[in-house]
Design a binder for this molecule. Structure first.
Ligand code: FMN
Length: 177
């Protein structure tokens, strides 16, 4: 699927119901590559994108996110049953960890829509990866414990129609000229 860039930016919506079918590797590769081309402060590329698809790790991430929400279990699942979870981290090299990570996030979300995948920004990795359970996951994945969680993405194929966007607020833009 090839879409015009401005259509992608306007039409991408958060999807909160996913099919169980795993995303195709070739589509995921395009999404991840787009993420790596996001702007970063001073061009450090100070982010890391972790792709979680293995069952035990998916369950652990869902549970840890739910724990930050104050829920005793991952039911309801904060990732809406998505078969892939992307987690964006900032590395110690980043000059602007949360802003770099957010730039990577928006590239990933828009690229996902452009290739026909459904996605939703899922919050709370900041807290998740400050917790001992989060540090243990980083260790299990062979990653440095000094990575800072920024945000995550539920990724898969939509099992619901695209929601309608809210009207844009009238005073969103101010011109000074
Ligand atoms: C910083 C941030 C945190 C968000 N956290 C969540 C979340 O934890 N769960 C969720 O379902 N949606 C989350 N969202 C998605 C927003 O709810 C969604 O983008 C917003 O309602 C607008 O809808 P749209 O993405 O379809 O345009 C988050 C979005 C942002 C930017």
């Amino acid at each position: 699927m090839k879409m015009e860039a401005l259509d992608v930016l306007k039409n991408r919506r958060s999807i909160r119901k996913f099919k169980q079918e795993q995303v195709k590797d070739e589509e995921l590769a395009l999404v991840l590559e787009a993420g790596t081309y996001a702007p970063t402060a001073s061009g450090t590329q100070g982010c890391k994108i972790v792709v979680v698809q293995e069952e035990e790790s998916l369950a652990a991430v869902r549970k840890l996110n739910a724990k930050v929400l104050g829920r005793p279990s991952a039911d309801p699942d904060p990732y809406y049953g998505a078969p892939t979870i992307l987690i964006v981290f900032a590395t110690p090299e980043s000059h602007a960890p949360h802003r770099d990570g957010a730039a990577v996030m928006t590239n990933l979300l828009n690229a996902a829509y452009a290739v026909g995948l459904a996605s939703c920004w899922i919050d709370r990795p900041i807290q998740m990866f400050e917790m001992p359970e989060g540090k243990a996951l980083l260790k299990k994945w062979g990653l440095s414990e000094d990575l800072q969680g920024v945000a995550s993405i539920a990724l898969g194929y939509a099992d619901m129609p695209d929601p309608q966007p809210k009207e844009r607020k009238a005073d969103y833009i101010t011109w000074i000229k």
